[in-house]
Design a protein around this ligand. Structure first.
Ligand code: WTA
Length: 662
């Protein structure tokens, strides 16, 4: 756990002019009612969506923890995001304002404004392509390894239209990571591009895919979009150019949206877990769309006149939920930006807010900390007064970052929250809900659980933890948007999330609840680290290190970083004969970057001769981490390891002695 900031439970700030201001007690009362009969509560929200067939049962809980929300109901996510708006007068409203990264004469070189009607047409054409050229049908999986361009949501919606399942791989992952995910998901085709713009450079997506496909078993076709005019190799019989295969599909093509069951899979998204390979989180249609509908209203207070911008990458869950399905279902106008928010200068993000008059801005602590470091002058040269609502996600929001954005963009008057959730939860779980009832903000807090979500902080035995005491974050009732399972591994789903505490979802985060009932998520309680908000498993990084001939064993831990929140540091035991020098350090860093992807950059490699272990041979991560940070591990042995205080102390002394002398 890397958070070490001075938070204040007492500081309360109320945004200006809130029509729905409430005290924490008022909200807690409302919330308690919503969870008392949570099934009826959620059924009410779900009935605001358009269903082809109404559900037979709000919640099929006959086989926990494999819950089916709105069982028997039929709907289609692509229909909800497109067809409905075409019929209801949003036809020519702009859905996506897309801005490419490259600049020319101080202006973005490419801007595309795509209306709902245009999205609808493109999604229909692509659905036609998938269905007829590649024989994709209900239940098939397609892989997407793409830049942040409108064709990514278009492919996602086209797959959803057919009732097919899509699996997006973040473009900062390597060929090994793609192959592993595509093999597990048994994807039939993979869609990619010649390249992606990132920080003024072209990321060579297609050649990464070429390497990945040497190791995949199920992919027969690769569709390649042209984004960067990058030179690429095309493999005969396998690779096809998007422009080529689309050119004869008429603009008025219509593909009927499949009536899919509420509990059928919409997508699989792989997340890093504590051990073993990444887990394919499978999300349903009905529950997921219901949660997104609710949170778009409560958390983002979305309205037709808004310009909404979520800065995430679609390769992660935030983009799935709050760039693609949430805002489009609500018929919003949203900004989608391709590249680095600080390219070519620190003010790119603020210039985007100004250019399009962004009113709702969803960002991340890492981004904000970077802007703080860049200096206040950059935000001051832009008019960002259109912003009326802010939220953050991905990692704990430190009070300094809260204060800076609240002042420079929020003019010390708009609602600003830190939404807690995870890939597994599908959507936001703990947050301020300015669209519903606004309780005072506190810099750094996550606020209170949203209506219908029974979250708690518990001790090791699963009992509610005392106020102000650290414990484990859990969710005590099933919720719409929860995963159906881990793809092809239901046992693991049960074990990872529902075995630590009986019948309760274990999130893997540490949290504290303050006297007002506010939650403060402090960081991970397990072997997951969040680097710049990106979720990485230490196990994945350790496996990558093992690929190098010189490595006998390793332990990777996250250490605090001023900008990125956390960064990984590796402790490595070398094989006999290997020389512990800087060249080898760089080679090891390179191996990890190549194996996992550019997203995984080791900050440091520390050579040691021994790693501290418990009696059952588990690495004492807390000790390794304490040494990495240069602070003793503290006197308690609670929570994560089975060693005694004495053993922990000895292990710490030994390892830090060794590191200190090396
Ligand atoms: C962390 C991202 C504190 C947390 C949506 C969680 C946060 C993990 C916050 C999930 C927040 C996310 N405050 N911590 N507002 N939001 N986290 O799956 O540790 O990439 O368990 O989903 O991010 O990461 P994931």
């Amino acid at each position: 756990m890397s958070v070490d900031w001075s938070i204040s439970f007492d500081e309360k700030i109320m945004p200006k002019d809130m029509q729905n201001a409430a005290t924490p007690e008022e909200y807690i009362k409302y919330h308690a009612n919503s969870v008392r009969d949570y099934k009826a509560f959620w059924a009410n929200i779900a009935s605001e969506l358009e269903w082809f067939k109404k559900w037979d049962k709000t919640l099929d809980d006959s086989n926990p923890p494999f819950y089916k929300w709105f069982a028997g109901g039929e709907l289609n996510a692509s229909y909800l995001c497109l067809d409905r708006h075409i019929k209801t007068g949003r036809k020519n409203k702009v859905a996506i304002i897309w801005e490419g990264e490259p600049m020319e004469n101080g202006k973005p070189k490419e801007v595309r404004k795509i209306t709902y009607n245009e999205m609808y047409r493109e999604v229909n054409r692509v659905a036609h392509l998938l269905k007829n050229r590649y024989q994709i049908k209900k239940g098939d999986v397609i892989g997407l390894y793409m830049p942040m361009i409108p064709e990514l949501p278009i492919f996602m919606l086209a797959a959803a239209r057919l009732g097919a399942t899509f699996c997006v791989v973040f473009s900062g992952f390597s060929s090994d990571a793609i192959a592993e995910r595509m093999n597990d998901a048994e994807a039939k085709i993979l869609v990619t591009a010649d390249g992606a713009w990132r920080g003024g450079k072209v990321l060579d997506l297609k050649s990464i895919v070429d390497q990945a496909l040497q190791k995949t078993k199920t992919i027969s076709k690769v569709v390649v979009l042209n984004r960067t005019n990058n030179k690429i190799n095309m493999t005969d019989g396998r690779d096809e150019l998007f422009d080529q295969v689309m050119k004869d599909i008429p603009v008025n093509t219509y593909v009927e949206p499949e009536k899919v069951k509420s509990e059928s899979p919409l997508y699989v998204l792989y997340t890093s877990g504590t051990t073993g390979k990444p887990k394919g989180q499978v999300h349903d249609v009905g529950g997921y769309m219901t949660l997104l509908h609710a949170t778009m209203k409560w958390v983002f207070d979305i309205h037709d006149h808004d310009v909404y911008w979520c800065m995430a990458d679609i390769g992660w869950v935030t983009g799935h939920s709050y760039i693609v399905f949430g805002p489009l279902m609500e018929g919003a106008t949203e900004v989608m930006y391709e590249g680095l928010p600080v390219f070519p200068e620190q003010d790119r993000w603020a210039s985007i807010i100004e250019r399009y008059g962004v009113s709702i801005f969803y960002t991340s602590p890492t981004a904000v900390r970077g802007w703080i470091k860049g200096g206040d002058q950059w935000v001051k040269i832009h008019d960002v007064k259109t912003v009326r609502l802010l939220h953050s996600v991905g990692e704990p929001l430190n009070p300094e970052a809260f204060r800076w954005l609240f002042k420079h963009v929020g003019r010390e008057m708009v609602p600003f929250g830190s939404t807690w959730w995870m890939t597994e939860t599908g959507g936001i779980m703990i947050s301020h809900v300015p669209g519903l009832m606004m309780v005072p903000m506190k810099p750094g807090t996550n606020g209170l659980p949203i209506p219908g979500i029974d979250a708690d902080v518990v001790d090791e035995d699963g009992n509610s933890q005392k106020q102000n005491e650290r414990g484990f974050l859990v969710i005590k009732n099933p919720w719409p948007g929860m995963p159906l399972t881990i793809f092809k591994d239901p046992d693991r789903f049960k074990e990872v999330y529902f075995s630590k505490f009986k019948n309760v979802f274990y999130a893997g985060d540490y949290a504290v609840r303050d006297p007002d009932g506010y939650f403060w998520v402090l960081g991970r309680a397990d072997e997951i680290i969040k680097v710049a908000g990106h979720r990485l498993g230490t196990y994945e990084l350790e496996s990558a290190l093992m690929k190098h001939n010189s490595v006998a064993e390793s332990a990777v831990v996250g250490v605090p970083d001023d900008i990125k929140g956390e960064v990984p540091v590796a402790f490595v035991i070398l094989k006999q004969g290997a020389q512990p020098n800087d060249t080898l350090k760089n080679e090891l860093k390179d191996t990890v970057r190549k194996t996992v992807g550019p997203v995984a950059s080791l900050k440091d490699v520390i050579f040691v001769s021994k790693l501290p272990k418990t009696r059952s041979a588990k690495i004492m991560r807390r000790v390794v981490k304490a040494v990495a940070i240069g602070k003793p591990p503290g006197d308690t042995t609670t929570l994560d390891d089975e060693a005694s205080v004495e053993e922990v102390k000895n292990a710490y002394a030994q390892l830090s002695g060794e590191v200190g002398s090396s």
